[in-house]
Design a protein around this ligand. Structure first.
Ligand code: SF4
Length: 220
C-alpha cells in the first residue's frame, strides 16, 4: 500500500489558504470566497452535532467562559488554564515541561496552587536515558547525553492520575509522543521556540508574504 499522492489527484485547497475576509466569522455568505469550506463542504463545516453530547457541551461551555474575568478584563493563559480546570471540575494538573523551563514550570505550580489546584511536575529529561539506549546519534559520542523522555513524562503523570496535562515547551514531535501516551487530555501552555523565546507568532507576523502561493482559479 502506498502513502504517496500524485499532484494531479490532490483536491483544491480549502479557501482559508487565501482568504482575506474571514466572512464565516460574521456568518456573511456574501463575503465568503467560493472555495470557502462553509460553502463547499457545508455538510461537514456547518454540522453542529459534534457539540451536542453532554461531555462536549460541558467542555465548550467552560472554554467559552474562560477568556474573560467577571470585570470584563482578559485572563492570561495561565489564568485561563486554572479557570478551565475549575470549570471542568479538574483538581490535579500535570505539568510536562522542558528542562530549559524548569523555573518557569515551578512558578506555574505555585500559581496553580494559589488557585486551589494540585500539581505534578515531570521534567523532559526524567529517567536520565542516554541517547545510546535508543540508538540516537550524539554530537559527542563519548559523553552522556539525556534524551527528551515524553513517554516517561506521560506515564509518571498517568500514575498520579492527573485530570489534565499542561505541556510547557516540549519539542515538536516530543509533544506528539506525550499526547499519545497521556491518559488525561493534553493542552499546550508554552510552545517551544528556541529562536524566538517561545513566541512563535512573531515568525508569522513578520513573514514577508502569505505562504499559500497563487490562489486557485475561482477562488473569489
Ligand atoms: S475561506 Fe471561509 S472559513 Fe476560511 S477564513 Fe475565509 S470565510 Fe473563513
Amino acid at each position: 500500500m502506498t502513502t504517496s499522492h500524485s499532484a494531479s489527484a490532490a483536491p483544491a485547497p480549502y479557501g482559508c489558504l487565501h482568504c482575506t475576509t474571514a466572512g464565516s466569522f460574521k456568518g456573511d455568505v456574501s463575503k465568503m470566497p467560493r472555495t470557502c469550506p462553509t460553502r463547499t463542504h457545508s455538510e461537514v463545516a456547518a454540522d453542529p452535532s459534534g457539540y451536542l453530547g453532554d461531555e462536549r457541551q460541558a467542555l465548550m461551555k467552560s472554554a467559552d467562559a474562560t477568556p474573560f474575568k467577571p470585570d470584563g478584563t482578559l485572563r492570561n493563559r495561565v489564568e485561563e488554564l486554572a479557570h478551565y480546570a475549575h470549570g471542568r471540575g479538574m483538581k490535579r494538573i500535570g505539568v510536562a515541561f522542558c528542562v530549559s523551563l524548569l523555573q518557569e514550570s515551578q512558578k506555574l505550580a505555585h500559581l496553580l496552587h494559589g488557585e486551589g489546584l494540585e500539581t505534578e511536575l515531570v521534567c523532559c529529561r526524567v529517567g536520565a536515558v542516554d541517547y545510546d539506549e535508543i540508538g540516537l546519534p550524539k554530537a559527542h559520542p563519548d559523553r552522556f547525553a539525556a534524551i527528551c523522555n515524553p513517554v516517561a513524562q506521560a506515564r509518571l503523570l498517568n500514575e498520579r492520575k492527573v485530570d489534565l496535562v499542561a505541556q510547557v515547551g516540549l519539542c515538536v514531535g516530543h509533544d506528539l509522543v506525550l499526547q499519545e501516551e497521556c491518559d488525561a487530555p493534553v493542552t499546550t501552555l508554552v510552545v517551544k521556540d528556541r529562536a524566538l523565546d517561545h513566541h512563535t507568532v512573531t515568525a508569522l507576523r513578520h513573514a514577508a508574504a502569505p505562504i499559500g502561493g497563487t490562489p486557485s482559479p475561482g477562488y473569489t
